[in-house]
Design a protein around this ligand. Structure first.
Ligand code: ZN
Length: 188
């Protein structure tokens, strides 16, 4: 059991920029335990990712993982990836419309545009420098998590507020049409 809990929109910590983590700090028992607890909490909540701000910790740490327990049944699988001090840049200028949700915004989804392809440079949990290139919905997940570390929520990027829907309404009325629109990328 973890002592952490996921905070929700309205909490100022979600609007603050999280701070870089030093290599020694990263290797400390406290931060390693924090990472383990974030992974546990993300899995229990069924999220695709979780950023430290969401558990009220202002450190540039996020975890991403999509498996069969994740609440987005259509997302391509992503192995557990812990990103520390991530720096994200778009590759090419293509954009993709994504309907996102967030564990800190219970019940709500909305449509926004994300870069189709991104490169992420980061430290892994052991302090090793790493780099990955993500595409499609997976690229969207990484952009969503790095946004959290900058105090940005998906709500801020929704251009048309009429796209907001509850999860229930989205699944019932909108998911099929949206999946058809993004089908070429969802398969990636
Ligand atoms: Zn989120």
């Amino acid at each position: 059991m973890t002592a952490l809990s996921i905070t929700t929109v309205g909490d100022p910590v979600l609007r603050e920029r999280a701070l870089e983590v030093g290599r020694d700090e990263l290797r400390s028992e406290a931060v390693q335990r924090l990472i383990d607890e974030m992974i546990e909490l993300k899995r229990a909540a069924g999220g695709a990712g979780l950023a430290a701000n969401q558990v009220s910790v202002r450190k540039r740490i996020a975890v991403v993982e999509v498996d069969e327990r994740t609440r987005y049944s259509y997302k391509p699988l992503v192995p557990l990836t812990v990103i520390v001090n991530p720096v994200l840049e778009p590759v090419g200028g293509a954009r993709l419309p994504i309907v996102e949700g967030c564990l800190s915004v219970p019940g709500l989804r909305g449509e926004l545009e994300r870069w189709l392809t991104v490169r992420v440079r980061y430290l892994d949990r052991f302090g090793e420098q790493r780099e990955l290139v993500a595409e499609g919905l997976t690229a969207g997940t990484f952009q969503h998590e790095v946004d959290h570390l900058d105090g940005v929520l998906f709500l801020d990027r929704v251009e048309d507020p009429r796209t907001f829907s509850t999860w229930e309404q989205f699944e019932r009325r909108h998911q099929a049409a949206w999946l058809e629109r993004v089908a070429p990328w969802v398969r990636k």
